[in-house]
Design a protein around this ligand. Structure first.
Ligand code: PMP
Length: 445
């Protein structure tokens, strides 16, 4: 007789009858780690609870937004207050301007202010999709350069050799994208400036822009080589193309002004002295509600409708409840929050690495600010090929041992681990206590 079904099993079976794969975003299906996804019913502070009432210390943080911890009381209060005044107006609100002003002010260093103007959208996918349309409309060119293993959402042009779920499922891209569209995206190896220069030598007059994750975090974490982003800025500028820096994941998470801010202020060495043409934001900017944005030089942003010829719109763009969550979150995300995030990340990364070392598991700690992940390889990867050649099979055993001990990790080796400022000593001890058995499971996998 088979084992009785748990509440999670039942929820998954029921979901699969009505929802493709039982999930509304593929990585949630546990495809690469196996087993039944946990169906969650509550998230508070550093914990999440599943439908069976089990509590897990959470290192997914809704894939990034929850820097303050889940359901921070001040954010929930702001959302409740906004909701009581109306859920959606389909008209401009003062809150949208306030959020744009906060972003313009935060994403600055000295006299560098890369966000002249900001447009609010609802998802990171919309933000990057609009940014590349804008780059094409502004330059009058058709080709786009992206890097293998970088994920920028699921719009047609950006799915070629993408990270995140596309990497997890080991897909080359997606069906349903025309050959013509695919041919307009040049996919290059990350951290390879020669490849970028060669692409421009060959297609200088045709490349509208280069899109890059500010620090790659959708093939596991993989920080750019020192000076890589600055070199991209100078190559694009020389060739009349735009540099689109995707900070959907890193923006307002790795620091007050995102990854660009860490480079501009020399927290990350050798990166200062450049500005992106366009930046995309998501996740933290909405504080857990559906909100994202693109911003950049005013003369480029003014190419958007209604001023310019590049069309973009949204029924729920700038939704007042989402904007309230974003404003409350950014107002609370002060230097103390960022130092706590760094501290928690340092601790968990160090303890995890020691546990793996103690069991003789070859690994490298991948860091970009407070984002981190582990690659099961001897030497540090620099690009997507390196990342894919690691001993990926060790992760499912590690993941499930942690889950059994009450720690919710991203269900794929190709994702970052996300900490929150609400991870307290109790949460950290639960993680640390779970590590030896998980490292043993990885060693014997
Ligand atoms: N860009 C990056 C760098 C991302 O990490 C993501 C999502 N993980 C996206 C874009 C797409 O954002 P969304 O899922 O909100 O569409």
């Amino acid at each position: 007789m088979s084992a009785p079904q748990s509440a999670n099993d039942q929820a998954f079976a029921r979901a699969k009858a009505s929802i493709p794969g039982g999930v509304n975003s593929p990585v949630r299906a546990y495809g690469s780690v196996g087993g039944t996804p946990r169906f969650l019913v509550k998230a508070l502070g550093s914990s999440v609870w599943d439908t069976e009432g089990r509590e897990y210390v959470d290192l997914v943080a809704s894939w990034g937004p929850a820097i303050l911890g889940h359901a921070h009381p001040a954010v929930v209060e702001a959302v409740q207050k906004a909701a009581a005044e109306g859920l959606s107006f389909g008209a401009s609100t003062p809150g949208e301007t306030e959020l744009a002003e906060i972003v313009r002010e935060r994403v600055s260093f000295g006299d560098q202010r890369p966000i002249g103007k900001l447009r609010l959208v609802s998802t990171g996918t919309e933000a990057t999709m609009t940014a590349i349309r804008l780059a094409r409309g502004y330059t009058g060119r058709d080709l786009l350069v992206k890097f293998a293993g970088h994920y920028h959402g699921h719009s047609d042009s950006l799915l070629a050799e993408a990270g995140s779920g596309v990497a997890t499922l080991a897909l080359p891209g997606s069906a349903g994208i025309t050959a013509e569209t695919a041919a307009q995206t040049l996919v290059l190896p990350y951290n390879d400036l020669d490849a970028v220069r060669r692409a421009f030598d060959e297609h200088s007059e045709r490349i509208a822009g280069v899109i890059v994750e500010a620090a790659a975090a959708n093939m596991g974490v993989l920080a750019p080589d020192r000076g890589f982003n600055r070199a991209l800025a100078s190559i694009t500028k020389q060739n009349g193309a735009l540099l689109i820096v995707d900070e959907v994941l890193t923006g307002f998470r790795v620091g007050r002004a995102g990854w660009w801010g860490l480079e501009a202020s020399r927290v990350v060495p050798d990166g200062a002295g450049w500005e992106p043409d366009l930046i995309t934001f998501g996740k933290v900017i909405g504080g857990g509600m559906p909100l994202a944005a693109l911003g950049g030089r005013a003369e480029i942003m003014d190419f958007l409708a209604p001023l310019g010829p590049v069309y973009q719109a949204g029924t729920l763009s700038g939704n007042p409840v989402a904007v309230a969550a974003g404003i409350a979150t950014l107002r609370l995300a002060d230097p103390a929050v960022y130092s706590r995030l760094d501290e928690v990340a340092d601790l968990i990364a160090r303890e995890t690495s020691s546990a793996l070392t103690a069991e003789g598991v070859a690994h490298t700690v991948q860091r970009a600010g407070n984002l981190f992940s582990f690659a099961f390889s001897e030497s540090a990867p620099r690009n997507y090929d390196d990342v894919r050649s690691q001993q990926t099979w060790r992760y499912p055993a590690f993941f499930h041992a942690m889950l059994d001990a009450g720690v919710n990790l991203p269900p794929s080796v190709f994702e970052a681990w996300f900490v929150t400022a609400a991870h307290d000593d109790r949460a950290i001890s639960r993680i640390v206590d779970a590590l030896p058995a998980a490292a043993r499971a990885a060693a014997t996998a």
